[in-house]
Design a protein around this ligand. Sequence first.
Ligand code: FES
Length: 366
Amino acid sequence: MAVSPRRSGVPPSASGRTRHDPLLGAAHVALAAFWGLTATLRRRRPRPGGDRTQTLEIAERRVVARDQDVVALTLVNPQRGELPPWFPGAHIDVHLPSGRVRQYSLNGDPRVRDAYRIAVRRIPTGGGGSTEVHDALVVGSTVTTSGPRNAFPLSVPGFGSPARRFRFLAGGIGITPILPMLHEAERLGVDWSMVYTGRSRDSLPFLDDVLAFGDRVEIRTDDEAGLPTADDLLGACPDGTSVYACGPAAMLTAVRSRLAGRRHVELHFERFAAPPVVDGQPFSACIASTGDVVDVGADETLLAALRRSRVAVPYSCQQGFCGTCRTGVLGGEVDHRDTLLTDPERAAGAMLVCVSRSTERITLDL
Ligand code: FES
C-alpha cells in the first residue's frame, strides 16, 4: 500500500463535542448559510454518503479476533488508484448485494491512500448486514461504497480543542474508530491513555495492535475483572481531558453520567446502534399511499414502528447521521432530532424517521 509522506493532517471538525468551540461554531454558521443558498441546486434526495460512490474490490480478508468472529477487509480501487482521504473517526457506507446499507469505521492508516480497511463482527441475531459481509465479501469480490464521512472526528489539542490529553475508551468492536486515533495521538505527541474492554481477550479485535502501545493501554475484560464501572473506565480524568468512547450502550451511559457537570472534560462518543428515545410522546403516522395509520409508542422510534407494521423504509445507522431513512412529510409537525438535515431541507418536508418524531399525527410520503 502507498503511504503518503505527509502525516494525515488535523481533523477538520468537532461535532459531538459537549462544549462549543467558537471558531468551529462560526464555521458551522458559514457552512449552514452556504448550504442554504445552494439548496435548490442540489437534489432533494441525495444518495446517502454524498456523491463519492465508488466500487471497491476486496483485496485482503483477515480474521482479527481470536474468537474468529471479526474479519478485517481491505478494500482497494480495482484500477489501483488513490481513494478519497479520510481522518480518524471516519466511516464508509457499504452497499451490500442484498440492498442493505451499513456503516463501518475505517480502522487502517489514513496515510495509506490506496486502500481502506474495515472490520466487522458477525452478529447472527442482528439485521443480517454483518452476516452478509462475512459470507459474501470474499477476496476478489467487489462492493459499492460511499463516503468517507466523519460523525466522530478527533479534535486535536491545539487545533480546535482546548484539551491537553486524550482518554480513549473502546468496548469490543468499538476499537475500530479508536484505533486510528491512537496512531494519530502518537504522531502528534499528545498525551493519551486507553482502556479496552470486552467479554474476554479472545473477543477483542486487533488486540495485538493495541498491546503494541504498551503501558498507555489497559486491557480490562469482564471474565477477569467483572463489568467496569465508570471510574474504572475514566480513571483520574483531570480537567483538560478529551474522552473518546465507542462501545456498548451501558458503557456510554455510565461514562456520560459520570461526566455530567464536568465542564472542563470533553466527551465524544459513537454508538453501535440506535440511542434510546428520550422524552418521547406517543404519536401516529399516516402512510399516504395506503391510508394505513401506524401508532408510535412513547419509547419507540418511528422507524421501529414502521418496521413493526411492515412498512418498508431503508435504514442504516439508526442514529440520525447517515440519511438513509430520509422520508418526505406531507402533513403535521415534526420534532427533528437528527444531526444531518439542514433547516431548508426540513422546511421542504424531509425527516429522518430513525430518530425524529412528532407529538401529533403526521402524514408520510410512503
Ligand atoms: S438510518 Fe441513518 S439517518 Fe436514519
